[in-house]
Design a binder for this molecule. Structure first.
Ligand SMILES: Cc1cc2nc3c(=O)[nH]c(=O)nc-3n(C[C@H](O)[C@H](O)[C@H](O)COP(=O)(O)O)c2cc1C
Length: 182
């Protein structure tokens, strides 16, 4: 059973909605247990529990929210150096396209790398000129079908990597990438 944690911060609810879609995507992969928790609810035990993490934050001044940063700052005394090798990815909601959501994803990935996690991007296109190379991003709420598809694809890919590389279910690794819509 692959264990996936979708961890998020959200001030006005948009990143929280993304988290729900990421979790839906992860649940499409057989034998995957998925938990969704905000930074207010989650603790060290949740990170230790998970094989794979999808971490989402609103874009704040081009990076992650202070609450998400504090969450990881606070964990560094406890589990830094003890959780290497988990698989992780990022997602972010920003106020507008071009507002820095990919930078926020990169900031999240930087923190995750610092903890020793194996981070990934996704080369798939989920709609015409719409992809998630550095993580799933939306402007505001995930409303458009392709925005929702990006969130779901991120969660699905995370669960596939967990299934294939951590849980030993190589048959669940993704096949060739779908380039339709590029
Ligand atoms: C302190 C603060 C800083 C923000 N900085 C940015 C920013 O740099 N770029 C941007 O596009 N939006 C920025 N926003 C807007 C949020 O990213 C945006 O409203 C997002 O959709 C909120 O997600 P949430 O509903 O999960 O809180 C900022 C909002 C706040 C409160």
């Amino acid at each position: 059973m692959g264990k996936v944690l979708v961890l998020y911060d959200s001030r006005t609810g948009y990143t929280a909605k993304m988290a729900v879609h990421v979790a839906e995507g992860a649940r499409t992969v057989a034998h995957t247990e998925v938990r969704v928790k905000s930074v207010d609810e989650a603790g060290q035990e949740d990170i230790v529990w998970a094989d794979g993490l999808a971490v989402g934050s609103p874009t704040n001044l081009g990076v992650m929210s202070w609450k998400m940063k504090r969450f990881w700052d606070d964990l560094s005394d406890g589990i830094w150096g003890k959780v290497d090798g988990k698989i992780a990815c990022a997602f972010s909601s920003s106020g507008g396209w071009g507002g820095g959501s990919e930078l926020a994803c990169m900031a999240l990935l930087t923190v995750l790398m610092n903890f020793g996690f194996l981070v990934f991007g996704v080369t798939d296109y989920v709609g015409k000129q719409f992809t998630l190379h550095y993580g799933a991003v939306t402007a505001g709420e995930p409303r458009d079908p392709k925005e929702i598809a990006a969130c779901r694809r991120l969660g699905q890919r995370l669960a596939q990597w967990v299934a294939g590389y951590i849980d030993g279910r190589r048959d669940l690794l993704p096949g060739p990438i779908d380039t339709r819509g590029m």
